[in-house]
Design a protein around this ligand. Structure first.
Ligand code: SF4
Length: 78
């Protein structure tokens, strides 16, 4: 049987998730007021609800989530 390993860093459109640091505690998933994160198959997944509020980054005790700063051409939401 082939095993699939999780990449150590997954970069989504708005957040970067560090799999090696994450202990899958679910704090970020529950903390997000936009329900933008879910834990599926041992991987944190960001959906289109994300507004870069940053609660996940602040709440994660393991520094496993980083909000990606938008490039100026993308036009950051206020
Ligand atoms: S809060 Fe941090 S350690 Fe916990 S599941 Fe989210 S990313 Fe992983």
């Amino acid at each position: 049987m082939k095993t699939v390993s999780t990449p150590s860093i997954i970069e989504y459109t708005k957040i970067r998730w560090y799999a090696d640091r994450c202990k899958r505690c679910h704090i970020c998933v529950e903390a997000c007021p936009k329900q933008a994160l879910m834990l599926k198959n041992d991987i944190i997944i960001q959906n289109d609800n994300c507004d870069r509020i940053g609660v996940c980054q602040k709440m994660c005790p393991d520094l496993a989530i980083e909000v990606i700063t938008p490039r100026s051409s993308e036009g950051a939401k206020p």
